[in-house]
Ligand binder design. Structure first.
Ligand code: FES
Ligand SMILES: [Fe+2]
Length: 464
């Protein structure tokens, strides 16, 4: 273990193509993250459909810091979850419900607060000195909260730039794709025996598809080989020149089917079903043009059919042009949305220790207004090797715990990254170092913007 002083970054990334492996297990590095990263970043605390009505609340905790997120009369508010008497949490871990009538009641001596955070009851007031019961001082301590992309984000740092100033245009792009209107159809959680960053980095490049998800590679070898296996500058080839147009379309549909079976929300079964009916639409003779046009037809038809059912789907082809997003979008430091057509998969990761993390996985889709199913308020916990996980995350989860073992190997001091397609892993690690090293907050926010749309992207100059 390395001893560091304030603003010194233990095991800093000094060569952007090399990530020191101690960052994934060293206790002091972990402590530096707890002290200097997590208290200053925007954390995804809940999905907004979990708190639709005034008084609805849900508890969010990370690294022992617990917050209550509540729908108050004039918007979403958050409070540090500690009774102003002797500190007992007002809401238990993962607690949720509606407190419009009762407010928050401390389980210890029964003091109460309303949803605006004002104290409404102290049992035996006469026993306390007057200055201990100052109304402003008794109010629940407010935690910063802002809403974006269908979520409430909290930040323990009162001086941090806002969530939109921090994450940048990505949030607006996701919102244009309808992220506010998504609803969870299921929500799973698992504990992975791995550092939280090892778990996240499994989703920051598609380079692993060839070996980890061979079923995807097999249906679209040209797509993946042209992105990763051949020197084509990373351009994904849509077509296989050795196949007819009809065969190309059939292989695209098969690829979609595997993505849908493998990831659920990322490419929803209802979207696949629409694409499957479009296997023989008339197309131009040029194969490249034909496949591009086919994707346009599929986007238009999914838009038309789902809108006709009353789903709040945007014009998918229009937003793909006006607000482009990548297949995996990372919202620093711990949240992902994976858009494809109108549905998305979503991940949130929280550290539980240097070598353990909580990984949550949502399938998000749209429903006709008024036909939304009940909102899941708690995740279904599964062991990480459970067969109940969809096949693609199951394949990813198989690598993560063994990679965690590998980072301990003698002589394995750093991971080496591709400068062209594993750049996101370097970029976000260096932003973490910026937080640990005390880089100016506005500079950090500007650098964080660069993470948006950079899946499979380059190592970037972060400006510090
Ligand atoms: S600790 Fe909450 S009322 Fe006493
Ligand atoms: Fe994967």
């Amino acid at each position: 273990m390395l001893k560091t002083t304030e603003n010194q970054v233990p095991f800093a990334v000094t060569d952007p193509e090399r990530i020191p492996t101690a960052r994934y297990h060293d206790a002091e590095f972990y402590q530096a993250e707890c002290d200097r990263l997590w208290p200053h970043v925007w954390q995804m605390a809940c999905r907004l459909e979990q708190i639709p009505n005034v008084g609805d609340f849900i508890e969010y905790t990370n690294l022992g810091k617990s917050v209550i997120v509540v729908r108050a009369k004039d918007g979403v508010k958050a409070y540090h979850n500690a009774c102003r008497h002797r500190g007992v949490p007002l809401a238990g871990e993962g607690a949720h419900g509606n407190c419009k009538r009762e407010g928050f009641i401390c389980p210890f001596h029964g003091w109460r607060w309303n949803i605006e955070g004002e104290n409404t009851f102290v049992y035996g007031r006469h026993m306390f000195s007057e200055q201990q019961l100052d109304q402003a001082d008794l109010a629940l301590r407010v935690c910063r909260v802002e809403t974006a992309a269908g979520c409430a984000f909290i930040n323990h740092d009162d001086d941090a730039p806002g969530v939109r100033a921090t994450i940048g245009p990505l949030l607006g792009n996701l919102e244009a794709h309808g992220s506010d209107d998504l609803r969870a159809e299921w929500w799973y959680a698992t504990v992975l025996p791995a550092n939280w960053k090892v778990a996240m980095e499994a989703f920051m490049e598609g380079y692993h598809v060839m070996r980890t998800h061979p079923q995807l590679q097999k249906t679209s070898p040209m797509l993946y080989n042209s992105m990763y296996g051949m020197d084509t500058g990373g351009i994904g080839a849509l077509i296989n020149p050795n196949m007819t147009i009809a065969e190309n379309i059939a292989s695209q549909i098969e690829h979609m089917r595997l993505l849908s079976d493998g990831m659920a929300g990322m490419l929803h079964a209802k979207e696949l079903a629409i694409a499957e009916t479009l296997g023989d639409v008339p197309l131009p003779e040029d194969p490249q043009q034909a496949v591009m046009m086919w994707f346009g037809i599929v986007g238009a038809e999914i838009t038309r059919q789902l809108q006709a059912k009353g789903e709040p789907v945007p014009d998918l082809n229009a937003v793909a042009q006006s607000h482009p997003v990548k297949a995996v979008e990372f919202v620093f430091p711990h949240y992902f949305l994976l858009p494809f057509f109108s549905s998305m998969s979503s991940y949130r990761i929280r550290p539980l220790g240097p070598e353990s993390c909580l990984f949550e996985l949502w399938s998000l889709t749209m429903y006709p207004k008024g036909e939304e199913p009940p909102v899941p308020m708690e995740p279904t916990f599964l062991p990480y090797d459970s067969q109940e996980f969809p096949p693609i995350p199951r394949q990813d989860y198989a690598n993560i715990p063994i990679q965690q073992k590998g980072v301990h190997a003698s002589g394995f001091d750093f991971m080496r990254l591709s400068k062209t397609i594993e750049g996101m892993i370097s970029n976000y690690n260096r932003i973490i170092d910026g937080h640990l090293g005390g880089v100016d907050k506005d500079k950090l926010a500007r650098a964080t913007h660069l993470l948006g749309g950079n899946f499979d992207g380059k190592i970037l100059d972060l400006g510090f």
